[in-house]
Design a protein around this ligand. Sequence first.
Ligand code: UDP
Length: 238
Amino acid sequence: MEQTPTKLEMFYEGKAKKLYSTPDPDLVIAYFKDDATAFNAKKRGTIEHKGVINNQMSELFFTLLERSGIPTHFVRRLNDRDMLCKRLQIVPVETVVRNVVAGSMAKRLGREEGENLPFPIVEYYYKSDPLDDPLILPEHALAFGWATQEELDQIKSMALRVNEVLSRFLDERGVLLVDFKLEFGRHHGKILLGDEICPDTCRFWDKATRQKLDKDRFRRDLGGVEEAYQEMLRRVSN
Ligand code: UDP
């Protein structure tokens, strides 16, 4: 039995997770909360058991991605709400991959939600609460020193690879991967996939009915939020 590392100080609290240092400077513990926010924290609430579900679902997806050759920060799940991860220096750019028009893309470009894209589109957003995470060009990340060209190239190819692996896995389980957000960071000079992959950070639609099985149920007050998260966990666990 491997020893459970102890949590030392909490050094970061985000909207969905708290991060703790451990005696090993290379490792951190992520604690998954039930707190839910939307529209840059203008809407707040809790989704019961969300932390437990997102921790388990992220474990499952990170394991699948690692098996497919995509390096991630995931080490192991410690318990219901704690995940042991490699410490990352986060690149302050959120990477979004889209297969189907939805959310901010539908709004920004005046397109109907649900329109299939002819190929996956990768977008970048600057991680900044005061600025509401604005859409950026990769050149902005280069010009302002947020990432190097080599890192951006790696991030793009990893994001597209994640899309291939997850889309296929979910398709087999009757789920359409509409879009999702990824975060990357540096660990001893290497780019790793970080953060979490769950219904907070992805749009999942039932393939047959197009029913939403993700955080849009919370964002848009559609009801059945907890049930949708449970249903997604059930589908990916099979
Ligand atoms: N997303 C996220 N965090 C953010 C913004 C977006 O996880 O701060 C995810 C969101 O769940 C969706 C995808 O990224 O799966 C694209 O989101 P979009 O740009 O459409 O923004 P939204 O309408 O969700 O604010």
